[in-house]
Design a protein around this ligand. Sequence first.
Ligand SMILES: Nc1ncnc2c1ncn2[C@@H]1O[C@H](COP(=O)(O)OP(=O)(O)O)[C@@H](O)[C@H]1O
Ligand SMILES: [Mg+2]
Length: 235
Amino acid sequence: MIKPVLECIGVAAGYVKGLNILNGVDLVLNSGEVVSIIGPNGAGKSTLLKAIAGIIKINAGRFYLNGLDKTNTPTYKIIHEGLGYVPQVNNIFPSLSLEENLEMGNQKNTNENFSDVYNLFPLLKERSKEKAGNLSGGQRQMLALGRALISKPDILLLDEPSAGLSPNAVDEVFKSIVEINKTGVSILIVEQNARRSLEISNRGYVLDQGRNAYSGLGKDILNDEKIVELYLGKM
Ligand SMILES: Nc1ncnc2c1ncn2[C@@H]1O[C@H](COP(=O)(O)OP(=O)(O)O)[C@@H](O)[C@H]1O
Ligand SMILES: [Mg+2]
């Protein structure tokens, strides 16, 4: 049965009082899905994830987690309720060791999930005592994913996980996302690398100027000439 795990209805949010960046966004993430949010720079994609994660205030509309109204729930509570969030920037602490970075994500204070994360990313175990600042871009992204996974989320929000990575590292990151999804985690991804992201997504949403511009199956968006021309560039 299709069950929404996350739902936004008419979400409006912004950074300055009285000035909304998001102007009523609707979005559904169903259990087990990978869903992409794409759209031009400045469309409000990161802002939407921040509003869901309780980092900025939702001024209008509602946000539901597993059918329960969680509009404007503080971030630490949202994390306890099964939402993991990997921000676009500053998603690791370079001066701390890998292990300490993972520990920072251990909001529930259990050690049970370290081994799952180490199985998914053996490198994080091998280099656990090293400083995170020594890692390459792709390895840092793995650490950021690991840090979010430590608290065993049911839902993962990923903001531009492939940004600034080498082609090989981009492949690795998308492979990891598919692996994580296979373990039952529902995933909402914001990506500039729209094509790659849609390829691994069940569905996608195009945001433009803080509003829904289009939504559909990942493969339909990729085959839609108009969307491709407007938002994905020439094939
Ligand atoms: N911390 C902030 N303070 C004020 N305005 C911001 C802040 N972050 C983003 N914005 C503005 O919000 C709009 C949407 O930004 P963002 O959600 O980051 O876009 P996207 O992720 O789609 O590229 C942009 O006009 C941006 O300048
Ligand atoms: Mg962004």
